[in-house]
Design a protein around this ligand. Sequence first.
Ligand code: NAD
Length: 244
Amino acid sequence: MSLKAIVTGGGSGIGLAAATALAAKGMTVACLDVNPPGEPFIGIKADVTDDAQVRAAIAEAADRLGGIDVLINNAGIGAQGTIEDNPDEEWRKVFDVNVFGMVRVARAALPYLRRSEHAAIVNTCSIAATAGLPNRALYSATKGAVMSLTLAMAADHVREGIRVNCVNPGTADTPWVARLLDAADDPEAERRALNARQPMGRLVSAEEVAAAIAYLAGPEAAATTGTVLAVDGGMHGLRLRPAT
Ligand SMILES: NC(=O)c1ccc[n+]([C@@H]2O[C@H](COP(=O)([O-])OP(=O)(O)OC[C@H]3O[C@@H](n4cnc5c(N)ncnc54)[C@H](O)[C@@H]3O)[C@@H](O)[C@H]2O)c1
């Protein structure tokens, strides 16, 4: 029996790569996105900041898939600046998508997940949750919240047979980062700086993050819950001496 999966933010970047990786493992996949993809996925248009839209989208996905076994909570947006740079309205907006969005989607999916034999939630967190990055105060605060939320949800639902884990990507080569580079004064210098920040000297690919998500989502990770899997080119754990 093939597992049924939902991926939020499945229209681009890491979400689209995760949907592709889950499908390659034999899962049937519905993507919830403000800009959803088409075939081979079930694309459902929904904004994770709107609870009514989320509930309707999850019900539609469960109906079309025939249940829900796996939820990949991945939709997210960025923000740049120190705490002096972002107005309250932007703080509310980014928390609304990155944190409350995951809560809304998971809350709506839980009744279906409880009926699954292989229930798993994977949240897309970030290196920004575990390392202090300059000019990312708001974004980092949302991802710190996602990491703590992952652990709390893992505790709340372990006895219901629902596993909850997160992946922490380093800077990944997605349309999001392409937009950041396009906006930089010197995109090539910015790309070199981002590459150099990761000990492997390169960005992580969306497919590498997706492989970690697909592992945590699958039955082979059945004993794994409440973990944080870094896919960051060594950025969190390593301290290298300067190259000579
Ligand atoms: N790219 C990176 O370097 C990087 C690093 C660490 C973590 N992440 C995280 O990975 C996730 C995906 O990022 P990405 O780089 O693939 O970005 P992306 O911009 O390529 O894709 C994000 C997707 O989310 C969708 N989305 C945005 N707001 C939404 C909303 N309100 N409702 C529904 N869908 C919405 C977008 O339409 C888009 O399809 C995010 O949670 C991000 O924080 C990215």
